[in-house]
Ligand binder design. Structure first.
Ligand code: ADP
Ligand code: MG
Ligand code: ZN
Length: 614
């Protein structure tokens, strides 16, 4: 559209320039060579030399009896007859001259004046017509930029490069959960008959480049319903109020075409915690966010619109977004482990001629910490390298040499874990896992991984068997032990401590302090110390007022320290007793990077006494 306008403007400019040039030239052009004064003409008429005068406006074309010609001008508004008489011509002789009146020749200049007058109106007219043409949907949407620039993916379009679940490697759990959502949309009646509510919001959480956008695009194709995709930053524009308006129009369209999916990529760019981080665009963001929330709240029970969103940084999301009834379903996408990396490499080498000797497994082993995007990039670099070396196929050496290139590349966000780092996190996580498994009041281990997730180098996923509303002192004590087991395992194995435990220590300290000041679980007895304020952030508490003496403060510190010490000793005792098992779990972790629940239970089965029946 802007291109058309630009061209249009150019044409007008040229037109005006040409006109101006003509306007300047024209008077000169009228100045014929043989122009005579009226008095001379009258004299010649009186002398009987003039045979003919052609009158055209004020221009006079004179033909003499000897056939020579001349021009002259008369006064405007007075007839030729009168003019000549005023100059003293003999009326009798004038009658002998043939006078022909020719309608004035329309000069270019005569046209130009009205054109120059009308032109601006025409230009404005066309401009408004172009704008109005885009508001087919009636008033309120007159200006295109207020409407959402959401891209519509048509799942029936077989021609474009369709991404399906097959193109997404690994991420099995995420794919399964997403398929469930697709199912909701395909067979809503089934769920409604059962009295189930269709979920409103699904949040994809994972580090950059792990395939969130890719998965969403696969959903677009698999779901077979309209899929409206928009990036968080596209809501925010120069003008205030555009974001909210775009959100409104996006949801309007989606509802009109339900069942449908709305996908908001990188929602953190609008969904930042409100009230935090001042500066420009703050209000605008809030308005946009409120609009999205209002739209989601406005869904009726059977509205078949599912809102999907993706983010790298869930911790920055406004808690209001995460409340039940909004993005209450969360799907976590991990960075790929060895197996996942191998599969991703396979997918991205599909259309590339790999030499028979190429072993993607080895590449996967050498790229811990690479995201899906890094691996895709790696295969591309390998193909480029092989081409530059004038090969017909990509050899293993091309791929291995490209690892370095990707590592040095500008867009990488993850970093390659060294063998040493891998080993440290393997022991650290194995420590957590064993403590979890052997302590009677600890939670059940679901998954152990040394694939980095966010800031942590690895993680052990442990969840309570059933949801609990009440916690006991014994549970807290075991939880402290589990938290410190990572730190302890590192110390035990390497006689050295890494920074990897900092998050555990923070959590443990907070918990131990709460046991003293909030739950009355220490020697200080059943007193609640300090005033706390719960922020809306999930589970985040802040002490806002100290209502105890310095002496008590010292005691609180002492008790807190006591809990931590106890936990540390318990962890050390437990891990020393199971040193062999610790080694075994860590070794397997180093090789496979993740251990699932079943495998872990088999590993420790000989020793498990506490959970019969699992
Ligand atoms: P983000 O999570 O940051 O949205 P993308 O979905 O944009 O990441 O992934 C970037 C690219 O990395 C994809 O286009 C794809 O080529 C590759 N990729 C990432 N994860 C996978 C995966 N699990 N399987 C296959 N390719 C992947
Ligand atoms: Mg993305
Ligand atoms: Zn830890």
């Amino acid at each position: 559209m802007s291109k058309i306008l630009k061209n249009f403007g150019l044409v007008i400019l040229v037109f005006i320039t040409i006109s101006a040039v003509f306007a300047l030239l024209n008077p000169g052009a009228l100045q014929k060579s043989n122009e005579i004064a009226l008095s001379t003409l009258v004299q010649k008429i009186n002398d009987g030399q003039v045979s003919k005068i052609d009158v055209s406006g004020s221009d006079l074309a004179i033909t003499f009896k000897d056939a020579s010609k001349a021009t002259s001008r008369k006064e405007i508004g007075i007839s030729l007859d009168e003019t000549l008489k005023n100059y003293g011509a003999n009326p009798d002789i004038i009658k002998q001259v043939i006078v022909t009146v020719i309608p004035p020749k329309s000069s270019f200049l005569d046209w130009l004046t009205p054109i120059l007058f009308i032109l601006p109106f025409v230009v404005f007219g066309i401009f408004f017509w172009m704008i109005l043409r885009q508001s087919k949907n009636g008033p309120g949407q007159t200006f295109n930029f207020l409407r959402s620039p959401a891209k519509l993916f048509d799942s029936n379009n077989k021609t474009t490069d369709r991404i399906t679940f097959k193109d997404v490697a690994g991420l099995e759990e995420a794919k399964e959960e997403v398929s469930e959502i697709v199912d909701f949309l395909k067979n809503p009646q089934k769920f409604l008959d059962m009295g189930a509510k269709i979920p409103k919001g699904v949040l994809l959480i994972g580090p950059p480049g792990c395939g969130k956008t890719l998965l969403a695009r696969a959903v677009a194709n698999e779901a077979g319903v309209p899929f409206y995709s928009m990036s968080g930053s596209e809501f925010i524009e120069l003008f205030v109020g555009v974001g909210a308006s775009r959100a409104r129009s996006l949801f309007e369209t989606a509802k009109k075409n339900q069942p449908s999916i709305v996908f908001i990529d990188e929602i953190d760019s609008i969904g930042k915690v409100r009230g935090v981080g001042m500066g420009g665009g703050h209000e605008e963001r809030e308005q946009t966010l409120n609009q999205i929330l209002a739209e989601m709240d406005g869904f009726e029970k059977n509205t078949q619109v599912i809102v999907m969103a993706a983010t790298n940084r869930p911790e920055y999301l406004d808690p209001a977004l995460l409340r039940p009834g909004r993005f209450d379903r969360r799907i976590i996408l991990d960075e790929p482990d060895i197996k996942g990396r191998e599969e991703i490499l396979k997918i991205h080498s599909k259309e590339k001629p790999l030499a028979p000797g190429a072993a993607l497994r080895e590449v996967a082993e050498r790229t811990p910490g690479f995201s899906g995007a890094d691996l895709a990039n790696l295969m591309n670099e390998a193909a480029i390298l092989a081409t530059r070396r004038a090969k017909k196929q990509i050899d293993q050496i091309d791929i291995l040499e490209s690892i370095e290139k990707v590592l040095l590349g500008p867009e990488r966000k993850s970093h390659l874990l060294s063998e040493k780092e891998k080993k440290v996190s393997a022991f650290h996580e194995a420590g957590h896992a064993l403590a979890s498994a052997f302590l009677p009041n600890a939670e059940e281990v679901r998954k152990i991984s040394i694939v980095s997730r966010g800031m942590a180098a690895g993680y052990t996923l442990a969840l309570p068997k059933e949801e609990k509303r009440m916690r006991t002192k014994s549970e807290f004590k075991d939880e402290l032990t589990v938290l410190l087991a990572g730190y302890t395992a590192e110390q035990l194995q390497f006689n050295e401590i890494s920074t990897g435990a900092s998050n555990d220590l923070e959590k443990a300290s907070l918990l131990a302090r709460k046991m003293v000041t909030k739950y009355g679980m220490s020697k200080l007895g059943p007193i609640s110390f300090g005033k706390r304020e719960t922020l809306e952030f999930i589970g985040y508490e802040q002490e806002t007022e100290r209502n105890y003496s310095d002496k008590v403060a010292a005691l609180i510190d002492q008790e807190t320290e006591g809990f931590i010490k106890q936990a540390q000793e318990a962890a050390a005792k437990l891990l020393k007793k199971n040193k062999k098992l610790l080694n075994k779990v860590a070794t397997i972790l180093m090789a496979k990077e993740t251990i699932e629940k079943e495998e872990f239970e088999q590993l420790i089965s000989a020793k498990t006494i506490k959970r019969g029946g699992v």
